[in-house]
Ligand binder design. Structure first.
Ligand code: F6R
Length: 614
């Protein structure tokens, strides 16, 4: 899940590469670097552990003149995130330079073979092997294109790679195998670009070619030729893409995460605004068509995603089961892609992915594609790799999310799932049109309701200060708020590195209650719904064991006073809307605890915004 970029043109390559890498930093920020063909026709490089700003500083002191180059921002898989393991990597003679996204699964075996031939490696990475393989083939008199192509055939796993070689200096060759973050070629005026995704090069061009798996591109002076790996040359289709909202400003906020939490009333309004229209006695999505017979033979739905998107799927499962009465299951995409699930063309796959690039989600989607299943994608990134697999794409429309911890795309995803459930319900006649209308009308209250929760920001900040000294937390919910409990715990782990677990409250007695003492605060979602009495019992059981409790309760309910230590009041709302509201205080709580502990909230350690490797 690294970001890679290449430039061939007339501008200063270092400036273009650094600015494009900054836009790819969401893919990883452990280390970075670039290699440039300098004005004396020599390849020079610069790389460092740390973020793009560190590289930028180094390049102010030492400018590399040149108009051709490749760059990389890394999320470490093999080897520590230090200078030595930073990309680009070269062969022993520094005659071949590569940047790589992916994992060379057979690297140990290839390394042994190369070591046997006498090659010596400098890094602990699997990527370095690619430079040595290309170099070894060049020495056997293969051309640069042949050497890269043969290397692509030999390495296993999923990859995106860019390579330069001093044998064929004015070329950058790129290839893609499987799902490792994609590669897109951009055509400028007298200049060519290539990057992991279009956000990196969108400011320069909107004429693009997306490489598919097992394709290779040879970029030269103002030219690009395309080849199937192991096959012939071909003419690609060009796309002219509207560059998406690249509003990267933090406005007046200190961090993207808090900006993105606070702006949820507006982002949910934007999500609402492109969704449903009424058409006589039918409901249709405004931004795409769900053909009339699309769901006719569907007898089973599988929802899939990873991380926050997986928890959004679990909320979606509740919506679909109760509104459309279709058997549903939610599956972690990394499991689903390797499972022998009994699926056929009557199974509908719904994938949720904010980025549209998550390797495991793409893996599951590809598997279902081979089985002939219909597929709906819910994504915040129009035109992503996932959208090229799905039959139908629902745009979350939350606006670009930059903070690594997902916030507004969770609420945007569950809104899309709610509307999809309503549509499925009316198609399957489990929901009447007036019932659907009333649910949709309810959802239009969301911006206002969410605003009321966002206004609790100062209260949650105080609470976070009080609780930041604890090392463990439990989050409990039931029904629609069970996935919210898991998502709340995930947020805390991600940004504040505190151990937190989500559970369905009913599970407490079956083990987790053994953890309860006065060192582990329990956050319990106890809204006045049909689970309330059961939740109250759980709270009482925790209190009886000297547990510390924070309760999320429906505004005006004082019944738990005396049992809970702190209260967060959630405005009364229709049942399907509760997860949109309960998640906000949990997001704020995680943000303020991380801030209190002095962590980098927007770029937490060990994480990346887009996980393009398994
Ligand atoms: C959590 C988070 C991750 C992502 C997960 C899936 O805050 O950001 O858990 O939700 O990596 O990413 P997408 O939705 O891009 O497929």
């Amino acid at each position: 899940m690294c970001g890679i970029v290449g430039y061939l043109g007339y501008r200063n390559a270092q400036d273009v590469i650094v600015s494009s890498l900054q836009k790819l930093e969401y893919r990883g920020y452990d280390s970075c670097g670039l290699a440039i063909l300098n004005s004396e026709n020599k390849i020079e490089y610069m790389k460092t552990a740390g973020k793009i700003n560190d590289l930028k500083e180094m390049l102010i002191e030492y400018r590399i003149p040149g108009n051709f180059g490749i760059g990389h921002t890394r999320w470490a898989t093999h080897g520590k995130p230090d200078d030595r393991n930073a990309h680009p990597h070269s062969d022993g003679d520094s005659s071949v330079w590569i940047v790589h996204n992916g994992i060379v699964e057979n690297y140990q075996e290839l390394k042994t073979e190369l070591e046997y031939k006498g090659y010596k490696f400098k890094s602990e990475t699997d990527s370095e092997i690619i430079a040595f393989l290309i170099s070894d083939l060049l020495k056997q008199e293969y051309s640069f294109v042949e050497s890269v192509e043969k290397t692509a055939e030999v390495i296993t796993g999923s990859h995106s790679v860019l390579a330069m070689a001093d044998k064929d200096m004015r070329k950058v060759i790129g290839f893609r195998k499987g799902h490792a973050g994609g590669l897109v070629v951009g055509y400028g005026n007298d200049e060519m670009f290539i990057a992991s995704d279009m956000s990196a090069i969108g400011e320069y061009t909107n004429k693009l070619v997306y490489l598919e798996s097992d394709q290779l591109v040879i970029l030269g002076d103002n030219s690009a030729s395309y080849k199937d790996i192991g096959g012939g040359y071909f003419e690609p289709d060009h796309s002219f893409i509207e560059v998406p909202d690249t509003h990267f400003s933090k406005d007046d906020f200190d961090h993207y995460m808090i900006k993105e939490i606070i702006e949820q009333p507006r982002s949910i309004y934007n999500s609402l605004s492109n969704k449903i229209i009424f058409n006589d006695d039918k409901i249709e999505f405004e931004d795409f068509i769900l053909p009339n017979d699309f769901t006719k033979d569907i007898n089973r739905i599988i929802l899939t995603g990873m991380g926050t998107s997986l928890y959004a799927c679990e909320v979606g499962q509740y919506f679909i089961e109760s509104l459309a009465n279709i058997p549903c299951q939610t599956e972690d995409a990394s499991e689903l892609r390797y499972k022998d699930s009994p699926i056929d063309e009557n199974t509908l796959l719904i994938s949720v992915t904010q980025s549209g690039e998550t390797a495991d989600t793409l893996g599951a989607m590809s598997l279902f594609q081979t089985k002939g299943c219909k597929q709906i994608l819910i994504s915040n990134s129009v035109g992503s790799a996932a959208s090229r697999i799905a039959d139908i794409e629902i745009n979350i429309n939350s606006g670009i999310e930059i903070g690594v911890a997902s916030t507004k795309s969770f609420t945007g995803s569950i809104l899309s799932l709610l509307f999809l459930a309503i549509k499925l319900g009316t198609d399957k006649s489990t929901l009447s049109i007036p019932e659907a209308e009333s649910l949709i009308l309810d959802s239009t209250k969301l911006p206002d309701l969410m605003n009321q929760v966002v206004e609790m920001n100062p209260q949650i900040e105080m609470m976070a200060k009080k609780y930041s000294k604890y090392n463990h937390f439990l989050y409990l919910g039931r029904g629609l708020n069970k996935p919210v409990a898991f998502e709340g715990a995930l947020k805390l782990k991600e940004v504040s590195y505190i151990h937190a677990e989500g559970y369905s409250a009913g599970q407490m007695k079956h083990g987790p209650i053994a953890l309860v003492d006065n060192n582990i605060p329990v956050i319990a979602m106890a809204l006045t719904d049909n689970y309330y009495e059961k939740m109250r019992n759980t709270i009482q059981e925790i209190k009886a064991r000297s547990g510390i409790l924070i309760g999320l309760v429906t505004k005006g309910n004082y019944d738990l006073d005396g049992l809970i230590d702190d209260v967060i009041e959630i405005p009364e709302c229709p049942k399907y809307l509760t997860p949109f509201l309960t998640i906000i205080p949990l997001q704020l709580f995680s943000y303020y605890i991380a801030l209190e502990l002095g962590y980098d909230v927007d770029q937490p350690r060990n994480l990346a915004k887009t996980v393009t490797v398994e």
